[in-house]
Design a protein around this ligand. Structure first.
Ligand code: ZN
Ligand code: ZN
Length: 369
């Protein structure tokens, strides 16, 4: 049942150096499998890995928003995952041993065997069987991998949005316990921000404000309405707190900050929150980041709750795939650029702001062309 042949992959040898490398396809047993990767979505993490802002043990194959077709699977694994050869699945970033205390409690992001160090898109390509990332024609499905069926009819490049949309659901709805009728502010208009907006609207938010910063964000803010945003604000020209007041609202019940490289955003998030509001921090800012303009007294006077979130979990991913399937929001029409493995590095450099050219809202690598 094990396919023979080779896989082609891009290995990150050091910052800014992706190198095409060939690996033998691994032989599999009863409890693992091989995925033929159709699409791997790119997010902020990808260009931060490429530029070296996020460290992992070189060399490794990046890519963690993976959709593909089961090419080979052992009988035990097939029964556990509920899949057969030829099925299209999305692969979760994190793995779960299913027996440690954290896994049994459903907190598999803290699995003692894998945890927040050993997951897809981050594992050394020196560790056999090497195929641990999405920038490759094939992925090794470890016995502890978690896969979700992709609804029929969903294009694989669009389906990679299961990852940002899953994040949007967890960060915008689950973690802050969003209630119908509440007002939500989303800081950052990238695919994650749009996903938070869509998730919030889907969960019954009465009003969604979205902020962006400067000309680069304008096309993103323009299309935000289709993703549930009622008011889109460029903070380089407009004060979002005033804009919210002019819309007749005192503040946001839930503020979700998904910005990257925007140190002032946290101060803005705290200002936007209404009394008793919840502020969710999702994007990381890098060690030692400052928060200009942040006044801690606001947290006290307004009795705010500040929540940190890391990653996504199974229920959110499942719901994301259902929401994509429903086509309530136009994820298919998102400005999207797809590249093959040979075009990946140039696109990632552009996403990192280190190469000339337009930046798509959604970048996707199609490793098999
Ligand atoms: Zn990602
Ligand atoms: Zn575990």
């Amino acid at each position: 049942m094990t396919p023979t042949g080779t896989a082609r992959a891009l290995v990150l040898r050091q910052a800014r150096r992706l190198e095409a490398t060939t690996f033998e396809l691994p032989s599999i047993g009863d409890d693992d499998g091989i995925l033929r990767i159709e699409a791997c979505g790119l997010c902020g993490t990808d260009h931060e890995q490429w530029s070296g802002h996020i460290s992992a043990a070189y060399p490794y194959i990046p890519g963690h928003e993976i959709v593909g077709i089961i090419e080979a699977v052992g009988t035990t694994a097939a029964a556990r995952w509920g899949v057969t050869v030829g099925d299209r699945v999305a692969v979760e970033v994190f793995m779960s041993c299913r027996i440690c205390e954290a896994c049994l409690a459903g907190q598999y992001r803290r699995c003692v065997r894998h945890g927040v160090r050993h997951f897809y898109g981050f594992i050394s390509s020196e560790e056999a069987p090497h195929l641990w990332g999405g920038y490759a024609t094939h992925l090794y499905l470890h016995p502890d991998a978690l896969v979700l069926p992709v609804p029929a009819g969903l294009d694989p490049a669009v389906a990679t949005a299961f990852n940002p949309l899953g994040a949007g659901i967890r960060w915008g709805v689950t973690v802050p316990d969003l209630q119908p009728g509440e007002v939500v502010a989303v800081l950052g208009p990238g695919i994650r921000g749009l996903s938070v907006a869509a998730a919030a609207k889907d969960a019954g938010a009465s009003f969604v404000l979205m902020t962006g910063l400067g000309p680069r964000d304008l096309p993103r803010l323009d299309q935000a309405k289709a993703f549930g945003v009622d008011l889109a604000v460029d903070v380089s020209t407009t004060d979002p707190v005033r804009a919210l007041r002019q819309a007749g609202l005192r503040g946001a019940d839930v503020v979700v900050d998904v910005t990257a490289k925007a140190p002032a955003a946290f101060a803005q998030a705290v200002k936007l929150a209404t009394t008793g509001g919840r502020v969710v921090l999702a994007g990381t800012r890098g060690a030692g980041a400052q928060t200009p303009g942040f006044d801690p007294d606001h947290i006290v006077y307004k009795e705010l709750t500040v929540l940190g979130t890391l990653g996504v979990d199974f229920p959110a991913y499942q719901q994301a795939l259902r929401l994509l399937e429903s086509r309530r929001f136009p994820f298919e029409q998102l400005p999207r650029e797809t590249v093959d493995l040979d075009g990946a590095e140039e696109l990632i450099a552009r996403l990192a702001g280190e190469a000339e050219g337009a930046v798509p809202v959604h970048g996707v690598v199609l490793p098999n062309g």
